[in-house]
Design a protein around this ligand. Structure first.
Ligand SMILES: Nc1nc2c(ncn2[C@@H]2O[C@H](COP(=O)(O)OP(=O)(O)OP(=O)(O)O)[C@@H](O)[C@H]2O)c(=O)[nH]1
Ligand SMILES: [Zn+2]
Length: 333
C-alpha cells in the first residue's frame, strides 16, 4: 500500500471520528463525498461556486496550499453545500484545467497570474471609435489567446460611430471570427447572432474601459443584474463593485460569458518569444527563409523581403515587430 505523508493512519483516525469505518487496505480518494462546483467569482479568498443550482460560498482548504482557484475552475467542494446565508464550504480539489488564460501585471512583472480557467474562447471587445481602436492591444490579446489555446473572437462595438471595414481588413487574413455590433441594434436578432458564436463555449471577455463591454454583456445576459445581485448578496459586496472576473450563464445555451473587469492588458512576459509568430499565421510561411532561432526583428530576418514581395500586409509585420520590440526592451533591462 502506498503511504502518504508521515502519518498514513491520519485518514482513518479522521474517518472513525466521523463515525464511519473504512477498511485500511482499501484507501479511496480523499473527500469522496465532495460535489463538483463551478467557480463563478473570487473575492479576497471567498470563492463563489455553483453547485448544481445552488450558489455556494467556499474557501480553499489548507491542504491546497498556494494553489490558485480562479473563475472557470471546476472544483470539488465539501461541507455545508446548502447555499444558505453565512455558510462556508471548503474547496478540497481543483480539477485539471483545459486552459489557463494568464496575464502578468506588466511585461516586466514576472509574476504570472491565471485569470480565467477552462475558457475556450477569448472575446476581444474593441470600440470602432470613442475610444479609438488600438490594434496593438488587439494583437497582444491575440498573442495571449493563442498562447493559452483559446480561439479569438473579435467583437467590434459602436459601429454607429465608425465603419468596421478598415480594421477588419487587417484582421481578415488571420481568419479570426468577428462580429460588429451597435447598441441601437441590440434587438433579439442581433443578440441571437452573437449568442450563437458563444453557445456551448466558455468565453472570456476582455476589453478596455469604455468600449461597451458592459452594454454588450447586459444585452447578452438580460438577467445579469439578478445573477450579479445574487452573487454579491453572497459575497456581501455592493452591486457594481465586482473586482474579480465573473462568470455568467448565457441564457438559452450551455455557454458561459466570463466578464473580466480586471484584465486591462496582457503582459506577455510568460510567453515564449518564438511562439509569438503563431499569432501571425499570415506571416508564418515567410519565416521559412529565416536563419535558425531568428527573433524576426533582426537584419537577417526573411520576413522583410517576403512581405516586400507582397505576400502579406506590411501592417501585420509592423504589428509583430512592435510586440517583439516591447518584449526586447524589458528583457534588456
Ligand atoms: N455610440 C455608441 N455608444 C455605445 C455603444 N455601446 C455602448 N456605448 C456607450 O459607451 C459607453 C461605455 O459603455 P460601457 O458598456 O459602460 O463600456 P465598458 O467597456 O463596460 O466600460 P467600463 O464599464 O468602464 O469597463 C457608455 O456611455 C455606453 O452608453 C454603441 O454601440 N454605440
Ligand atoms: Zn525571421
Amino acid at each position: 500500500m502506498r503511504r502518504y505523508g508521515k502519518n498514513p493512519d491520519e485518514d482513518d483516525i479522521r474517518t472513525r471520528a466521523r463515525g464511519r469505518s473504512r477498511p485500511r487496505t482499501h484507501r479511496r480518494p480523499a473527500h469522496e463525498d465532495a460535489e463538483e462546483g463551478f467557480v463563478v467569482t473570487v473575492d479576497r479568498g471567498r470563492v463563489t461556486c455553483l453547485v448544481g443550482e445552488r450558489v455556494v460560498t467556499a474557501m480553499k482548504a489548507r491542504e491546497l496550499g498556494r494553489k490558485s482557484v480562479v473563475v472557470g475552475d471546476r472544483v470539488a467542494v465539501v461541507g455545508d453545500l446548502s447555499g444558505k446565508k453565512d455558510t462556508l464550504a471548503r474547496i478540497v480539489r481543483v480539477e485539471e484545467r483545459s486552459s489557463a488564460l494568464r496575464r502578468t501585471a506588466d511585461d516586466d512583472d514576472p509574476f504570472e497570474r491565471v485569470v480565467v480557467a477552462n475558457a475556450d474562447q477569448l472575446a476581444i471587445v474593441t470600440a470602432l471609435a470613442d475610444p479609438e481602436p488600438r490594434p496593438r492591444l488587439i494583437d497582444r490579446c491575440l498573442v495571449a489567446a493563442y498562447d493559452a489555446g483559446l480561439d479569438p473572437l473579435l467583437i467590434l462595438t459602436k459601429s454607429d460611430l465608425a465603419p468596421a471595414g478598415p480594421l477588419l481588413e487587417t484582421y481578415l487574413p488571420l481568419g479570426i471570427r468577428h462580429v460588429v455590433t451597435t447598441r441601437e441594434q441590440f434587438d433579439e436578432d442581433t443578440v441571437a447572432g452573437v449568442r450563437e458564436l458563444l453557445s456551448e463555449r466558455v468565453t472570456a471577455f476582455v476589453g478596455h474601459s469604455g468600449v461597451g463591454k458592459t452594454t454588450l454583456v447586459n444585452a447578452l445576459v438580460p438577467d445579469r443584474q439578478r445573477a450579479t445581485g445574487e452573487v454579491n448578496a453572497v459575497t456581501g459586496r455592493g452591486r457594481h463593485t465586482t473586482v474579480s472576473a465573473l462568470a455568467l450563464p448565457l441564457p438559452g445555451t450551455r455557454g458561459w460569458v466570463i466578464d473580466t473587469p480586471g484584465v486591462r492588458s496582457f503582459g506577455l512576459h510568460h510567453i515564449d518569444p518564438s511562439r509569438v509568430i503563431h499569432a501571425f499565421p499570415d506571416l508564418e510561411p515567410g519565416t521559412e527563409g529565416c536563419p535558425r532561432a531568428c527573433g524576426h526583428d533582426e537584419p537577417d530576418c526573411a520576413l522583410d523581403d517576403w512581405v516586400a514581395e507582397g505576400h502579406a500586409d506590411p501592417a501585420r509585420l509592423y504589428s509583430l515587430r512592435r510586440l517583439l520590440a516591447t518584449r526586447e526592451r524589458h528583457e534588456g533591462d
